[in-house]
Design a protein around this ligand. Sequence first.
Ligand SMILES: [Mn+2]
Length: 376
Amino acid sequence: MIRILHCADLHLEASFAGQNLPPALARQRRADLRQALARIIGLAREHRVDALTIAGDLYEAELATIETGTFLAQQFATLDPIPVLIAPGEHDRLDADSLYNVVEWPGNVHIFQPGPLVPTGVVPGVALWGAAWPTELPTGQPGGLISAREGTHLLLLHAAVAAQDGQASIRADGLALQQCGFTAALLGHEHRGRVWQEGRVQCVYPGSAEPLTWAEAGGEHLAALVSVDGGGCQVEKIPIGRWRYLELRVDLSGCVSTEEAAAVIAGELRRLPDPVDECTVGRVVLTGVRRFEPDLPLLRARISTHAYLQYEVEPTESNDSALVAREPSVRGLVVRRFQEKLAAPQSATERRTTQAALDLALRALEGRKVGPDADR
Ligand SMILES: [Mn+2]
């Protein structure tokens, strides 16, 4: 049996631009991408794998420096003699001045070149086929590529997989994974990890090592421990990412002050199943019809958390009840009745319930759907 640890899409030196992160946090996140690689290297050693495979987007070429390359070379050298096989991707494209050509790599590193898929026997007993992105994939009947050969064949590639005629295919005109004769396709490109079976082919997208954007919030971020045994293949998913993106919608209907809102939000944060820690980037969306204008600096000061939270106020329709109460209409009458009720002595909970009832009544009078599952 041979074992391979497979990863992809580390995106070292990613800028995290466009996410409104403070520069210090973006720096921390870049440092943690390196930590993720270090964890992967540690896992490869711990599991005594026969090879570490990386399916592209190891770093971001526009932002990486020679120092990035030196860091990578040092990390990979610590695995020697375990081979490290890299199929470069789109963001770490292999061209003349890419780090792959400029840095002096240790002897255990094998970098696939652009062009057609080629096999390497670097892993004993297994032919691992790969190429750098963009790959010249075989035309015609892809099964012909390896059908005449004995043994176990694995594919290592940075590529998008699309469904075509009910089969997963690597590009518009071919390389249907099922027909290739590969035991496993160790892929990179999709940042939300997934492991699935395509006919007899075990397919793996490990995902980015850490979620890099909000769009990757819900996905898996893995290293895949791939065991190949007599033509069969098993994949163990090992979570790698430590960071997460969290979106929390908090209904502030009935709150009368920023202080009260802060208490409600803090309560919601405490009730979340996973800890909201220093590796959480959160977006708190304040919803509901409010009686006050939230003071965001005060809100930030009142909520004690290690997470980086951004607050967004969801716009609501104007709901100035003092104004509405003067209307000579059913709406005005409803608001006046509720205001009498709200003026009477009552607990904070009762007041919130009354306020929520008023908000619902106003929504209903506007002809909007109300109820437990109404779109709020
Ligand atoms: Mn990528």
